[in-house]
Design a protein around this ligand. Structure first.
Ligand code: NAI
Ligand code: COI
Length: 356
């Protein structure tokens, strides 16, 4: 049996609570199926990195991650870091760049027992993860901005054919496995060159997938379409910032931002990471919803299984899903979903279902 080396980065705010919850459920599923062997490597990130190494994403962490099959990362409260760290990329951005994790895959799907304000939905957003309106090439590293004078700043988006091509291929390949429908989201009516390039490249790549039906919407109109007819969408491909915003919206529409999972991938490694942030307003209260983090880990296991041809990992993933969905269907839910379960009570209920 292969041993998979998995990094674990707890992060800030609710990060440690939801990451611990996720590990508890993952370990229960591994024990129940007996089908996988994981070597967990805990690594500093966020405030822990600042306190130990004066760096929210220390070099020791980056070096150790090189030796892993992938990692599970809690959210960071990068907006709260001391000014000296604000000039650098936030930990997610740094890891996405260091490891060239170019595809951020963010599904939103209705779950039985959770109220969706848009009815049935089953869509997946492919967010370009390395440039666009979160760019930093040739600019102030962390912010992607040029300070011209104390009163003038220029924030620029960078769009390259290479980045658009690879995210488009990833999205079309996923569409081929799903309902064969893609929506390109852009703003080419205003950002004519940059978003025009992105749109045209996505359309060109689409010609290589003639079975996939392609349409496109401007980002502003897209928010309305998503609320009015979420069921219409299958795979959505878009640039970095639009994908970030749309995926928070999509998660909330199907029940809560706390449900929204994601993986960040390249060809060889993946980073599981809930779409939401560190939720400082509820940190330490044992009320955070761990489902987004748990489902990110399910996605990570599926990704690992496909890369290594290891069906045992799929069994673990299905077992985790079974525990989560059965618990929710029985009405055990955290507050953001209208329930009263604490993070630890919800997690214990999921683990108990898995052990049954
Ligand atoms: N991937 C990451 O690590 C991300 C980090 N951030 C950082 O997180 C910090 C807070 O950012 P915000 O803009 O406030 O966004 P946020 O996503 O942390 O919170 C927005 C709202 O959603 C709620 N929420 C989020 N996750 C939840 C969960 N699992 N269960 C229940 N409620 C949940 C929060 O309580 C809050 O009311 C900032 O420092 C920001 O930079 C933001 C987004 C992503
Ligand atoms: C990492 C954050 C600071 C930005 C964000 O919301 C995201 O990229 O998911």
């Amino acid at each position: 049996m292969t041993t998979y080396r998995i990094g674990v980065l707890y992060g800030d705010g609710i990060g440690p609570e939801i990451t611990r919850a996720t590990l508890e459920v993952l370990k229960a599923a591994v024990e129940q199926t007996g089908g996988a062997d994981f070597d967990y490597v805990e690594l500093p990130m966020g405030w822990e990195g600042i306190e130990k190494y004066n760096n929210p994403i220390p070099q020791v962490t980056i070096d150790a991650l090189q030796e892993t099959h992938g990692w599970i990362m809690g959210p960071h409260d990068s907006a709260s870091y001391p000014k000296v760290h604000q000039a650098n990329r936030n930990p997610s951005g740094e890891l996405r760049h260091c490891f060239d994790l170019f595809a951020n895959v963010r599904p939103a799907k209705t779950i039985k027992g959770i109220k969706s304000v848009v009815g049935e939905a089953d869509l997946v957003i492919y967010r370009e993860n390395t440039e666009g309106f979160y760019s930093d090439r040739n600019m102030h590293v962390g912010t992607g901005e040029w300070q011209i004078t104390p009163d003038i700043v220029v924030s620029t988006g960078v769009f390259t054919r290479k980045a658009a091509e690879r995210i488009a291929h990833a999205a079309f390949q996923m569409a081929m496995q799903r309902r064969k429908k893609i929506t390109i989201v852009h703003k080419a009516n205003v950002i004519k060159l940059g978003m025009g390039l992105f749109l045209n490249v996505c359309r060109q790549i689409g010609e290589q997938y003639p079975e996939v039906q392609v349409d496109d919407f401007h980002i502003d109109a897209m928010t309305a379409h998503l609320v009015r007819r979420a069921h219409f969408f299958d795979v959505i491909v878009t640039e970095n910032m639009f994908g970030d915003i749309l995926s928070d919206l999509a998660g909330e529409l199907v029940g809560s931002l706390g449900l929204a999972p994601s993986i960040n991938t390249n060809e060889n490694q993946a980073m599981a990471q809930a779409a939401h942030g560190s939720a400082p307003d509820i940190a330490g209260k044992n009320i955070a919803n761990p489902i987004g983090m748990m489902l990110s880990t399910v996605m990570f296991l599926e990704w690992l299984a496909s890369r290594h041809g290891d069906g045992n990992l799929i069994q673990v993933a299905r077992m985790m899903e079974h525990g989560i969905f059965t618990t929710v269907a029985e009405g055990v839910k955290t507050r953001d979903l209208g329930g009263s379960a604490s993070t630890t009570a919800f997690t214990a209920a999921v683990a108990a279902h898995i052990a049954r």
